[in-house]
Design a protein around this ligand. Structure first.
Ligand code: AHM
Ligand code: MG
Length: 345
């Protein structure tokens, strides 16, 4: 049986990009290599003293785990060495990381990434992921990267993807011509094309949201959840609730099976929890390329939002097109104002 490896696939597809001279191909292939290195550590995480808190906080004041830092370092080193990337923005670093070396200054791309998302699941052997976006830089080649390179709208992404470290490890990515999934074959150490041209169902029966926050949600979300739980043969309700607490894993399941993932704003998170640049934008590009939809629940397409800061948060409604449209209807009808903490307690 013949297999197509990630590298073969991206080289074959290089011709899709009139301006590409192999740079994007090299960049994607470096991300693939870093993913394999991180995968190796994730797989043996229980065996070595790599689990647990690193003792430092990241920009959002959250405890960093050792593996978060490890993944951040590995991806940065790999992207720097590629010579195609002049800087990165990552969940783990407050500011952009500008690569000073001459070879990197000549890189045409910047990358935004969450090197290890779903950190609360690391210690308990539950799926985690890496999420990334690639943009062409706006600043002139040969100079240092600038913040404007990183705050481009999601529509400007040239490629986006995620790696899921699950029961098997997969990379799912798009370069704007559909979505393809590659499963890591550990026996040969290669990502192999296993899910060509992924299309997400237009409707599904899964909904994913942290329902523990129910009383903190806007009325629109509460009413939509009621709708999901009602009996209705025609629309296949009640839907099934599935929530892992790892965006990549929750999204990946819904992408393949059909469903909606919601991280709305709430009394605890008035702008939502997830970050626009390196969590929502890449996932939004993938879902749209697969025929789905991603909005902020107020009718705004995620990919059209102009970022104003690096770690900006945004409410996130993503998944099967009809389900996201229905949730939006409820938000419009019942309101998207989150309750005040003082009114809850
Ligand atoms: P992290 O970047 O600190 O890991 O947080 C992001 C994660 C997402 O993977 C997941 O969707 C969400 O946080 C879960 O949050 P909660 O525990 O509030 O439901
Ligand atoms: Mg994250």
């Amino acid at each position: 049986m013949s297999v197509t490896t990630l590298n073969e696939f991206i080289i074959e597809r290089q011709a899709d990009f009139p301006y590409a001279k192999g740079e994007l191909t090299r960049l994607l292939s470096h991300i693939g290599v870093a993913a394999k290195v991180v995968n190796r550590e994730v797989n043996k995480a229980g065996l070595v003293d790599i689990l647990g808190e690193a003792g430092s906080d990241n920009v959002q004041g959250e405890q960093q785990k050792k593996l978060d830092i490890y993944a951040d370092e590995k991806f940065i080193a790999s992207l720097k060495a590629s010579g195609e990337c002049c800087g990165i923005a990552s969940e783990e670093n407050e500011d952009i990381v500008i690569f000073e070396e001459e070879i990197a200054r000549n890189g045409k791309y910047i990358v935004t990434m969450d090197p290890l998302d779903g950190s609360s699941n690391i210690d308990v052997n539950v799926s985690i992921g890496t999420i990334f976006s690639i943009f062409r830089r706006l600043s002139p080649v040969g100079h240092k990267a600038k913040i404007e390179d990183f705050t481009q709208e999601g529509t400007k992404q040239v490629a986006a993807g995620y790696i899921i470290y699950g029961s098997s490890t997969m990379m799912v990515m798009t370069t704007g011509r559909g979505v393809n999934g590659f499963t890591l074959d550990p026996s040969i150490g290669e990502f192999c094309l296993s899910h060509p041209n992924i299309q997400t169902p237009q409707s599904g029966n899964l909904y994913s949201i942290n329902e523990g926050n129910y009383i903190k949600f806007p009325d629109g979300v509460k009413q939509y959840l009621k709708y999901c739980q009602e009996n209705d043969k025609e629309t296949g309700r009640p839907y099934t609730s599935r929530y892992i607490g790892s965006l990549v894993a929750d999204f990946h399941r819904n992408l393949l099976k059909g469903g909606i993932f919601i991280y709305p704003k709430s009394a605890g998170y008035p702008s939502g929890k997830l970050r626009l640049l390196y969590e929502c934008n890449p996932i939004a590009m993938i879902v749209e390329q697969a025929g789905g939809k991603a909005t902020d629940g107020r009718g705004n397409r995620i990919l059209d939002i102009k970022p104003t800061s690096l770690h900006q948060r945004v409410p996130f409604f993503v998944g099967s097109r009809n389900m996201v449209c229905k949730a939006e209807e409820f938000m419009k009808k019942y309101g998207d104002k989150e309750p005040k903490i003082k009114d809850i307690n």
